[in-house]
Write a protein that binds this ligand. Sequence first.
Ligand SMILES: Cc1cc2nc3c(=O)[nH]c(=O)nc-3n(C[C@H](O)[C@H](O)[C@H](O)COP(=O)(O)OP(=O)(O)OC[C@H]3O[C@@H](n4cnc5c(N)ncnc54)[C@H](O)[C@@H]3O)c2cc1C
Length: 456
Amino acid sequence: MNADRRHPAGFWLETCGDDLTPRPALSGDETADVAVVGAGFTGLWTAYYLAKADPSLRIVVLEKHVAGWGASGRNGGWCSADLVCPPPALASRYGDEAAVAMQRAMFDTVPEIGRVCEAEGIDAHFVQGGSLKVATTPLAADRLREDLESVRPYGWSERDRWWLDADAVRERIAVEGCVGATYTPHCAAVHPARLARGLVRTIEGLGVRIHEGTTASAIRPGRAKTDGGTVRANVVVRALEGQTASIEGHARLLLALHIHMGVTEPLPQAFWDEVGWRHGETLADMRQVFVYAQRTRDDRIAFGLARGHPHPGWLTPTYIVPTAARALRTRLAELFPSAAEARLDSLWSGYIGMSRDWFPSVGLRDGIAWAGGYFGDGVSTANLAGRTLADLITGRETELSRLPWVGHRWRPWVPQPFAMVGTAALFTAMRWADAIESRTDRPSRVGVAADRLLPD
Ligand SMILES: Cc1cc2nc3c(=O)[nH]c(=O)nc-3n(C[C@H](O)[C@H](O)[C@H](O)COP(=O)(O)OP(=O)(O)OC[C@H]3O[C@@H](n4cnc5c(N)ncnc54)[C@H](O)[C@@H]3O)c2cc1C
């Protein structure tokens, strides 16, 4: 299936258990109550909760490639309670109470995904083993402790996230040079493409119509125009994340950030005896360019680097940057020297959606609904978005429809190429800061400058 070597589908899509033959494309005009554009987690969860809430609704999903082909089938499989905007930023804009409500909703979202997998028979390898964020230098440990304290007022009590000393970390995962870590139980590891493909089968069973190989070009109140015809619907849901700019008039809402992931060959039992990692934890380190990883069901390490290249978002950036494999290998060897020689069995890339203020948003206005701007935290946030959109579309006032991100308006990015150049400078500065700080163990001035470059 991985026929295009320059644009590989990657390990998750290759092992999702489907052959990914596209369902029939839209051919001619259709009518529906709700048309969902984009079949990633946002579109699929929205269709799922809508179909559950009101089985009489006529729902159509329109997808350019196949369901799960975007970020949803290519990510790190961290189903976490983290949001892209830190709780203090949310609180300073919407108040403490709203930030706590949002955090609690995110806590609830992690087991909700496990519940649906169980109820619908989706074998997405869901394990809620929590998450470790490790520090391998004293500077990183200081930052991690500050981070821990900064979220305490916003719902993260001592039962939600706590400090582990180096010995306690080693009992869970033996990371080389670890000086301490924080642990939270609010995270699960999933096989993302199995989740996406399981969801698409589930919604089909609930009567949702799905057209794959169908590209939308315009979304207006009451209709979605595609290359195969127009769908007229009371509500059109825009669920395109990093490719939102492919829709007429939406070029400046979200930028695409192109990032890579890889997976090792299955590692031998001797490695796991040494490293542990027995309880399904996800793992990240605390560097400017951090690593995120999980142990797969078949004993590989699937991991990525938060090192990206901005894209305008009307293209589909799934090509491989030549230096990506080396960057991944180097960091893996630093964290786990005994995996330094492990083969990378698969390397792929995908794109995430960045809003200018780094806030996610969900909403419904004038017949157009949307959700996105999750950055690298969309696996669980998209589920919360799907439940929230179902409430908004069916007109129910609920705790979810009152959350602070509902109706949040993004400031448009500055026009291209300025938006891309500015964000590229930011990510370059972060890479430099990472290199300097890992050598000196002191905060670098470039890092401070990178903070100043953060979009406002
Ligand atoms: C490498 C990588 C690692 C990540 N790791 C994590 C992680 O560990 N945890 C986490 O929480 N998040 C992670 N993310 C982010 C997360 O995957 C996304 O935020 C989330 O999947 C977004 O879901 P979505 O449905 O909004 O968008 P997508 O999954 O991108 O879905 C959009 C869909 O729209 C389709 N489409 C595009 N244009 C059109 C069009 N014009 N007409 C019709 N269809 C169209 C696309 O083909 C795609 O299927 C990662 C992302 C990447 C790329």
